[in-house]
Design a protein around this ligand. Structure first.
Ligand code: HEM
Length: 168
């Protein structure tokens, strides 16, 4: 059996189980509207791109971030001062988060004002609302995390201050 026959046999084996040819047939016949090349139609893709940046940089930060109340602040300090390019990854994560919210809202409002949610795009709009909710939840978690880190920071400062006052 040569390489071509092996590939064909493998494709047939997969097709029998996953019906890939049916899907491929459907995709090849699917008509997609021509892109209008209007700036407004780029914002969905930008949001998706920034979301990917968030996932990748977030995973990198997780390698060093310690989420517990005792260690969160110190671990962030460690990331920005000791870890190689940690400051860069953290900055990209932070900038990309803010930019993503901006592109997301521009995307949502442009879809609304261009009436791109009209039939047959109603379910796309509903799935967008679900994504918006998810993004708001991410934002809330981030806010809570930072708030907790700051609280820890200020607690530490006040503890330091009371220790110095006690020591005189
Ligand atoms: C994480 C958030 C989101 C991502 C990654 C995303 C991504 C995308 C992408 C890549 C497209 C195709 C290109 C474009 O028209 O820009 C698109 C289209 C669309 N999105 Fe979103 N989207 C998000 C949130 C939302 C939200 C919040 C809504 C509305 C509530 C929404 C509603 C729509 C609609 C109706 C379309 C179809 C537009 C058309 O066919 O002309 N999306 N989205």
């Amino acid at each position: 059996m040569n390489a071509k026959q092996k590939t064909e046999a493998l494709t047939a084996w997969l097709d029998e189980r996953l019906s890939i040819s049916t899907l491929a047939g459907m995709v090849s016949k699917k008509e997609v509207p021509l892109h209008r090349h209007s700036i407004w139609y780029y914002f969905g893709g930008m949001t998706l791109f920034l979301f990917t940046v968030q996932v990748v940089t977030g995973i990198l930060l997780l390698l060093y971030y310690r989420p517990s109340a005792e260690n969160a602040f110190e671990s962030v300090q460690f990331i920005v001062t000791e870890v190689k390019f940690g400051w860069l990854i953290r900055s990209i994560h932070s900038w990309s988060a803010n930019l993503m919210i901006a592109t997301l809202f521009i995307h949502m409002f442009s879809v609304f004002f261009l009436r791109a949610y009209y039939p047959p795009r109603e379910i796309t709009w509903i799935s967008g609302v679900l994504l918006l909710f998810l993004v708001i939840c991410f934002g809330f978690l981030r806010y809570e995390g930072r708030h907790r880190d700051r609280r820890r920071c200020s607690n530490r400062r006040s503890t330091d201050a009371s220790v110095s006052a006690w020591r005189g």
